[in-house]
Ligand binder design. Structure first.
Ligand SMILES: C[S@@+](CC[C@H](N)C(=O)[O-])C[C@H]1O[C@@H](n2cnc3c(N)ncnc32)[C@H](O)[C@@H]1O
Length: 304
């Protein structure tokens, strides 16, 4: 199993996702002789999982069933152990597109945090690209290295335990793109510029929750000769499909007969609906939606 490739069969040592429902899933490390408890009973790794296909429906000891899923960066983002605030797939997808990441890209990132974005970047730049990720918190840097190894992507990433604002990324003129998710990104812009390839066109993105951080970062980007400076905020709006009862507009009898000659009286109640209303299938946005996460500031390196 590797987060940068796909394999069909479950093997000893894999990280897999136990899927009980969209709101209920968790990662497990597959081990010969290992067991995982779920509300539907126990899953025995040796007999129930190893050698089975990813995506299989597995019956637990109490008769209920779960799916065992291949781990993707998106599933990992929803299930990883949080050591910090993390980036979610909505922002990650915009970052990947706007930084023009593709297989072979070289990327510098700081901080690594819980590795949510790192996994997505590594999957995108594999098999020939590389991620240099800098984290100044020693345990977080060590844990990230451990996870990258466990997920068989450690050959695609270098983790450095240092302060990016003081010591930079540890590489010069190699990166196609730089990503910053730190409290004072303006202090790292000079290092970001140094990490980017010498030719014009390298891309940078900085994620900040507060607009004051964005202002300081934009000023630093201008001072260092970056152009095309743009700040975006992604607000995810989902729609549920529901049956709703809507009032039928009264256009008058003449109009109604012209539009639908067989329908008779427009105010006649439709079966199962209230007087003058009809039932429709409609896209309805939930009462509560995810709010502000942060601002994404993008820029292009234009000067040496
Ligand atoms: C919000 S977390 C990053 C989360 C990450 N983007 C993810 O998706 O999991 C910010 C991280 O940056 C690290 N950090 C803050 N300032 C730093 C600096 N100057 N140099 C290196 N790391 C730094 C923190 O220790 C923290 O782990």
């Amino acid at each position: 199993m590797s987060f940068a490739e796909y394999r069909e069969l479950i093997q000893d040592g894999d990280t897999a996702i136990v899927f009980l429902g969209h709101e209920s899933m968790f990662p497990v490390t597959i081990q010969q002789g290992g067991q995982t408890q779920t509300k539907y009973g126990v899953i025995r790794h040796s007999t129930d999982l190893i050698g089975k296909r990813y995506g299989s429906k597995v019956t637990c000891s109490k008769g209920g069933w779960v799916y065992i899923l291949y781990p993707t960066p998106e599933l990992w983002t929803n299930n990883l152990p949080h050591r910090t605030q993390i980036l979610y797939s909505t922002d990650i997808s915009m970052i990947t597109m706007m930084l023009e990441l593709k297989p072979g890209s070289v990327v510098c990132e700081s901080g690594t945090g819980s590795g949510s974005l790192s996994h997505a970047i590594i999957r995108t730049v594999a098999p020939t690209g590389h991620l240099y990720t800098v984290e100044f918190h020693q345990q977080r840097a060590e844990k990230a290295m451990e996870e990258f190894k466990q997920h068989n992507i450690d050959h695609l990433v270098t983790v450095k335990n240092q302060d990016v604002c003081k010591n930079g990324f540890g590489v010069s003129h190699v990166a196609d793109a730089v990503f910053l998710d730190i409290p004072s990104p303006w202090e790292a812009i000079g290092h970001a510029k140094d990490a980017l390839k010498t030719e014009v066109g390298g891309r940078l993105c900085s994620f900040s929750p507060c607009i004051e951080q964005v202002q300081r970062t934009c000023l630093a980007l201008e001072e260092h000769g970056f152009t095309e400076i743009n700040t975006l905020e992604i607000l995810l709006r989902t729609y549920d499909v529901r049956t709703v009862s809507l009032q039928i507009p009264d256009f008058g009898k003449a109009v109604e007969e012209k539009v639908n000659p067989k329908s008779g009286d427009a105010s006649k109640p439709v079966s199962g609906s209230q007087q003058g209303c009809a039932l429709f299938k409609s896209g309805v946005s939930p009462r509560e939606t995810v709010g502000h996460t942060g601002y994404l500031t993008f820029a292009t390196k234009s000067l040496f």
